[in-house]
Design a protein around this ligand. Structure first.
Ligand SMILES: [Mg+2]
Length: 480
């Protein structure tokens, strides 16, 4: 059929779509702020994290820890897991905080033992016991911690060390790696090795400018690194003679998020390309670059109201939680792993249908079994004769249920291993939403795998939240 003039261009494939928790009309957004690392600049996680891991491991080795044989494993940890500092475990929890899968060190805890450990314990991030892995930067830290838990259990580290003390040392080693700057210097010198190119990023940002939006960069990275990375990902794709600096109306580096959203830190103006600073003596202005500062000052000085600002970042806490909670900015979370997750869900779609049909049949048969059983008890209580063929019916149902379970088990276990064989999907915990999914729906108005997914939607899109389903939307048990 020929395309009609009002047919819109095709939307991206499912894994590149924008998903919406709260309706967001992009036309009412005046300024779009972006985080840099893992938002505008996507690193090859495997290479970056392996480097961070190796450096932190070397730090521990220098302390005399027997970590020489430990090896990096990019698949061991996924975003959204939670470290249990009390027990030395890594857990995945449902949206209510129920633990649905757990590892002690690097070993899976079997279901019975897991139930013993956690049947009375809910994950609650306000307690210091739990550490939420809410950024890709925490993957190497969690792996190294799990491996060190194994060493501690085998008596190879200082006896009497608690898991919580162990975590502090591992965390310190990883933090040092990030703070030292050696890794960043290596990346800045060799960005094409570390950065995944995205040819659609520059056109996406330019479209936002064409539509009159102000673009802001608010990053925790320092000026020299920011310059090197932004220039690497954007300059070659811009018209000659222009650079990323002309694309962004405002830059804030060394922002110290989440403090940027929480506090009153003063800003310094960057007055030269090599990063010379002077104290800010007048209000923040467009076309300037700053070090530090804070979000309230930015709103006031640039005359922006909260609902006119969209902030896009990859860190669930530092980027979207605080900006949403305290300032009510509109928020979008970048979750690169969604591409793998959505593709895995898509490829399992037919089997998921099969599983759902089998589960519905199981519920129906169980209901028949319950009805038969209560009919027998009622008859016994009144001295009446049991239902005709009671035993035949009962054993028939039992056999059908056993046969059904045999079909369900492999499908259910395959569903639990989608995208990652140890942990399954990031966003689901069994049939429920995961803890990560709950945090995400609470603080991110929208989420998507990369900034450039907006290109196909245009800067004028009205992103509407879908109607959500509730348990009572489904047919009740036993209905046709
Ligand atoms: Mg980031």
């Amino acid at each position: 059929m020929p395309a009609s003039p009002d047919d819109p261009p095709a939307l991206p494939p499912p894994e590149r779509r924008i998903f919406v928790n709260r309706t967001l009309n992009l036309r009412s957004i005046r300024a779009v702020g972006f985080d840099m690392d893992y938002t505008l600049v996507h690193y090859r996680v495997e290479i970056w994290e392996r480097h961070a891991y190796e450096r932190a491991r070397a730090t521990l080795e220098r302390r005399g820890w027997p970590v020489g044989d430990l090896a990096f494993d990019a698949e061991f940890v996924i975003l959204g897991l939670i470290i249990d500092l009390e027990l030395g475990n890594l857990v995945k929890a449902s949206r209510f905080g129920y633990v649905t899968r757990a590892f002690h060190g690097t070993s899976l805890i079997d279901f019975e033992h897991q139930r013993e450990l956690y049947s009375r314990t809910l994950v609650d991030l306000s307690e210091p016991r739990w550490v939420f892995l809410n950024t890709l930067f925490s993957l190497s830290e969690a792996l190294l911690f799990a491996q060190c838990v194994d060493l501690l259990d085998r008596g190879l580290l200082q006896p009497g060390t608690s898991y919580s003390e162990l975590y502090k040392v591992v965390r310190g080693a990883v933090d040092r790696t990030h703070a030292e700057g050696a890794l960043k210097a290596e990346i800045a010198a060799n960005p094409e090795r570390f950065v995944v190119p995205d040819p659609e990023l520059a056109p996406t940002l330019r479209d936002l400018r064409h539509a009159g939006k102000k673009l802001m960069l608010v990053t925790n990275s320092e000026w020299s690194y920011t310059r090197a990375m932004m220039s690497h990902v954007l300059d070659a794709a811009l018209p000659s003679g222009t650079s990323w600096r002309q694309l962004f109306d405002l830059c804030v580096v060394s922002a110290r998020k989440p403090d940027f959203f929480l506090g009153q830190s003063p800003a310094f103006e960057i007055v030269s390309d090599d990063g010379l600073l002077r104290p800010k003596t007048e209000p923040m202005r467009w076309e300037k670059a700053y070090v530090g500062g804070n979000a309230r000052e930015l709103e006031r000085d640039l005359d922006l109201s909260a609902e006119e600002i969209l902030y896009v970042g990859d860190h669930l806490y530092s980027d979207v939680h605080v900006s949403k909670d305290l300032l009510r900015w509109r928020t979008a979370l970048i979750v690169r792993g969604l591409e793998r997750e959505v593709a895995a869900v898509e490829s399992f779609r037919e089997k998921q249908m099969e599983l759902s049909v089998a589960m519905a049949e199981k519920e129906r048969l169980e209901h028949a079994q319950c009805a038969l059983r209560i009919a027998l008890l009622r008859a016994e209580a009144t001295g009446a004769a049991p239902e005709e063929n009671f035993h035949a019916k009962q054993s028939g149902l039992r056999a059908r249920l056993a046969e059904l379970d045999q079909r369900i088990a492999p499908l259910a276990s395959e569903a639990g291993e989608l995208a990652n064989s140890r942990w399954g999907l990031m966003m689901r915990s069994g049939i429920d939403k995961s803890y990560l999914a709950r945090q995400l729906e609470r603080y991110a108005d929208a989420y998507t795998s990369r900034v450039s997914n907006l290109l196909a939607y245009t800067p004028f899109v009205y992103l509407r939240a879908p109607r959500v389903s509730l348990p009572h939307d489904e047919n009740p048990v036993g209905s046709e």
